[in-house]
Design a protein around this ligand. Structure first.
Ligand code: CP3
Length: 348
């Protein structure tokens, strides 16, 4: 597995071509996924190892990407903690009883992934068998992003309830973050034992915090997660949206790869982070909807700044949008692999 170009790039080693995968590469932009979703909910797919492995492996076969990512959702490991939720179409996760008191946090259960998340571990084993030399990325949500759904009760624009708890009852917020980080660390290490060759922590919504609040209330818990995972020796990717002001602090978590969105030129992120960390990103997912020519132009700009040095993994700056044309994603993969050659001409 150490030979795959995705793993090599994550480790800062030279590669024969820039590796590429896409966040949300399994999802509603695929006809096969939409078809399956007519019969099964997202969570039904996630808890069925056979369906889950099918959905996880499909994009590797259809798009030619260099890694698979386990099909699941960041909310899945919260169920065995005692947090009831649903995933509402075009909305996101809705938590039945938002967690805002010490009693609620103290009532959360410790998760044993081998018993209560066994379906995900079995799905990983199946994927690894089917993928051969292509690595599988395991993942979990970041503690702040998970806490925001727990405290708000659903998606949020301003994170008012989360910030209020963080500022007015820092002990309660801190305990919730600790419990979530503990679950994430246990779940990620179980995924690695089951065969995941790398892990990504999706702390998507940390960009809502100032650097000072991030350092006080989030960074120590993320560091605990990566400290627990590090002995396994796999690449540890840490991703967030709108994180320009947090990059230095994110690097202090101990992650080995930082995932960035499209708001910052990757070359500038590299200048700030240094070459000891690998970078992943960062094409605006909206470009795919605008067509092949803008996609190609923006991809070329990213690659021109990054492909001359090791330690870079091409991705989107956030998840694939459901209106995306799979044919453009496929051309993009070819274009990245062929760079600096041209895999494809302009559209007429
Ligand atoms: O990347 C992959 O292909 C793996 C699968 C994956 C899903 N969710 C499946 C999913 C991953 C890695 C996630 C992570 C996730 N889930 C995050 C972090 C990444 C990010 O996008 O910032 C967050 C914040 C969530 C919570 C969540 N779940 C949201 C905001 C939504 C979107 C709601 C919608 O309908 O647009 C979901 C639902 C979800 N999770 C879908 C998928 C493919 C959407 C579609 C469906 O219902 O089938």
């Amino acid at each position: 597995m150490a030979e795959s170009r995705f793993i090599r790039a994550c480790q800062g080693q030279p590669v024969d071509a820039v590796p590429v995968w896409f966040m949300r590469q399994a999802g509603r932009y695929q006809a096969s996924y939409r078809e399956l979703r007519r019969r099964y909910s997202l969570l039904q797919i996630a808890v069925d190892p056979k369906l889950c492995a099918e959905v996880t492996c499909r994009p590797v076969e259809d798009l030619g990407v260099d890694a698979a990512i386990l099909f699941s959702d960041i909310m899945v490991p919260l169920a065995p903690m005692g947090i009831s939720f649903e995933i509402r179409e075009n909305v996101g996760p809705i938590v039945e009883r938002p967690i805002r008191s010490r009693e609620a946090v103290e009532g959360l259960r410790t998760v044993d992934p081998d018993t209560s998340l066994d379906f995900a571990l079995e799905a990983i084993t199946r994927c690894v068998d089917r993928l051969g030399s292509t690595p599988l990325i395991g993942f979990a949500g970041g503690p702040f992003t998970l806490a925001s759904y727990c405290v708000e009760g659903g998606p949020s624009r301003q994170y008012l309830a989360s910030k209020r708890l963080m500022w007015t009852e820092p002990d309660v917020f801190g305990l919730l973050m600790e419990r979530l980080a503990d679950t994430v660390a246990r779940y990620l290490t179980a995924q690695i034992r089951a065969g995941a060759a790398a892990v990504q922590v999706f702390d998507s919504w940390i960009g809502a915090l100032s650097e000072a609040d991030y350092r006080t209330s989030v960074l120590p818990q993320v560091r605990r997660i990566f400290d627990a995972v590090r002995p396994w020796g796999v690449p540890m990717i840490y991703f967030g949206v709108n994180t320009e002001h947090l990059l230095a602090a994110m690097a202090e978590t101990g992650a080995t790869v930082i995932g960035i969105d499209w708001r910052i030129p990757p070359r500038e992120a590299r200048a700030r982070l240094g070459v000891s960390l690998a970078l992943q990103g960062n094409l605006d997912p909206a470009a795919i909807l605008a067509g092949w020519n803008p996609t190609k132009r923006l991809a070329r700009e990213i690659l021109a700044g990054m492909a001359d040095q090791p330690g870079f993994v091409f991705n989107l700056g956030h998840g694939v949008l459901k209106e995306s044309d799979p044919a453009i994603l496929r051309r993009l993969v070819e274009f990245v692999h062929a760079y600096p050659g041209e895999a494809d001409g302009d559209d007429a």
